[in-house]
Design a protein around this ligand. Structure first.
Ligand SMILES: NC(=O)c1ccc[n+]([C@@H]2O[C@H](COP(=O)([O-])OP(=O)(O)OC[C@H]3O[C@@H](n4cnc5c(N)ncnc54)[C@H](OP(=O)(O)O)[C@@H]3O)[C@@H](O)[C@H]2O)c1
Length: 286
C-alpha cells in the first residue's frame, strides 16, 4: 500500500516527536515505541498542559504530538471536575494549538455501558462520570484533524495501575474484594504504544479509533489472572460496584472494538498481562 510520508521523512531527517505526560504509563511506553524518532518527552514539570505551551515547545517544530498528559484519577474528578477539565479539555486544546499532527487519548468511560455489546466508533457517547465527560469534551478540543485513540483499562510495569496494586495486595493479604460487575479490555500500555505507531506510520485517516486489547473480562477475572500468573495464593472475593462504593460511577460494560478498516489489532489481554509481568521481573528485557 502507498502511504504519504511526512515532510521529515521526505527531507531525510528523523521525525521530531513530542510526548506530553511522559512520566505516565502510556507516555513511557510511547517513548520506547518511538525510540527511532527524535523524541522530546515532557513531564508535567516541563509543561503543565493546562497552561499554553512554553515558547521552547511552541517553537519546537514538531512533526507529531503524542498527547498522553491527562487527569486520570476517575474518583477525584467527581470532587474536582474543574481541575480535571483544566487538564483534559484545556490541556488537549493547548496540545492541538501546537499545530502539528496530533494523537490524543480517550477512554471507554465515554460510554454508559448499557449496550452490552462491544462499543464501536459510531456508537453515541454518554459518560456517567465527571472524568468521562472531561475526556469526551477533550476529544472535541483535539479538533477534527487529530487521531483520537480510545482505549480501556491501561496497565504497565510503572505508575499507578490495577496490576501493580493487585501485586502489592496479593503479597500483603489472603483475600481481596474486587468488583465483578464491570467488564472491559485490560490493555498493556506497550501493546497500545506499538499500535499507535502503526496507526501513524501507515497514515490511517484521522478521527476516533478504538484500540484495546483482545478479549474482555471483569476486574475480578483480571485479579484472579494476575494472582495465578504471579504465583500468589491470594483469593478474590467477587463484589458489586455498589458494595465497593467508589465515588465515580463506571460503565458496567466498557468493551471497545473498532469497526474501521485497517484498525490495529492488539494481542489478548492475557498476553499483555504475561508481557507486563515479564517486564516487571526483568526490566528492559523486552
Ligand atoms: N489508565 C487507564 O486505565 C486509561 C484507560 C483509558 C484511557 N486512558 C487515557 O490514556 C491516556 C494515558 O493514560 P495513562 O494511564 O498513561 O495515565 P497516567 O499514568 O496517569 O499518566 C498521565 C500523565 O499525565 C501527567 N499529567 C497530569 N496532569 C498534567 C498536567 N496538567 N500537565 C502535564 N502533565 C500532566 C501525569 O503526571 P503526574 O504523575 O505528575 O500527575 C502523568 O505522568 C490518558 O489520556 C488517559 O485518559 C487511560
Amino acid at each position: 500500500m502507498e502511504h504519504e510520508h511526512p515532510d521529515s521523512v521526505r527531507a531525510g531527517r528523523r521525525r521530531r516527536v513530542l510526548i506530553t505526560g511522559a512520566g505516565g504509563q502510556l507516555g513511557r511506553a510511547l517513548g520506547q515505541a518511538f525510540a527511532a524518532d527524535d523524541v522530546v518527552a515532557l513531564s508535567r514539570t516541563e509543561w503543565d498542559v493546562s497552561l499554553p505551551a512554553p515558547d521552547k515547545v511552541s517553537r519546537g517544530g514538531f512533526d507529531l504530538v503524542l498527547h498522553t498528559a491527562a487527569w486520570t484519577d476517575v474518583d477525584r474528578a467527581e470532587a474536582d471536575p474543574q481541575g480535571a477539565a483544566a487538564v483534559n479539555i484545556a490541556g488537549t486544546a493547548n496540545a492541538a494549538a501546537l499545530g502539528a499532527p496530533l494523537v490524543t487519548f480517550s477512554t471507554d468511560y465515554v460510554f454508559d455501558g448499557r449496550k452490552r455489546k462491544p462499543y464501536v466508533e459510531s456508537d453515541g457517547a454518554n459518560p456517567l462520570s465527571a472524568y468521562g465527560r472531561t475526556k469526551l469534551h477533550g476529544e472535541a478540543a483535539a479538533g477534527a484533524d487529530a487521531w483520537i485513540v480510545r482505549t480501556s483499562w491501561l496497565f504497565g510495569p510503572t505508575g499507578h495501575n490495577f496490576v501493580r496494586t493487585m501485586l502489592r495486595l496479593g503479597v500483603e493479604r489472603d483475600e481481596v474484594a474486587v468488583v465483578d460487575d464491570q467488564r472491559g479490555c485490560p490493555t498493556y500500555a506497550r501493546h497500545l504504544a506499538i499500535a499507535v505507531r502503526a496507526l501513524v506510520d501507515t497514515d490511517r485517516p484521522r478521527g476516533v479509533w478504538h484500540v484495546a486489547a483482545g478479549g474482555d473480562c471483569t476486574w475480578a477475572d483480571f485479579a484472579e489472572a494476575i494472582f495465578a500468573e504471579a504465583g500468589l495464593g491470594c483469593r478474590v472475593r467477587r463484589v458489586t460496584s455498589e458494595e465497593l462504593g467508589r465515588p465515580a460511577p463506571r460503565p458496567e460494560y466498557a468493551v471497545v472494538r473498532s469497526e474501521r478498516p485497517g484498525a490495529p489489532v492488539l494481542p489478548h489481554w492475557h498476553a499483555g498481562l504475561r508481557a507486563c509481568l515479564a517486564e516487571l521481573v526483568s526490566p528492559g528485557s523486552r
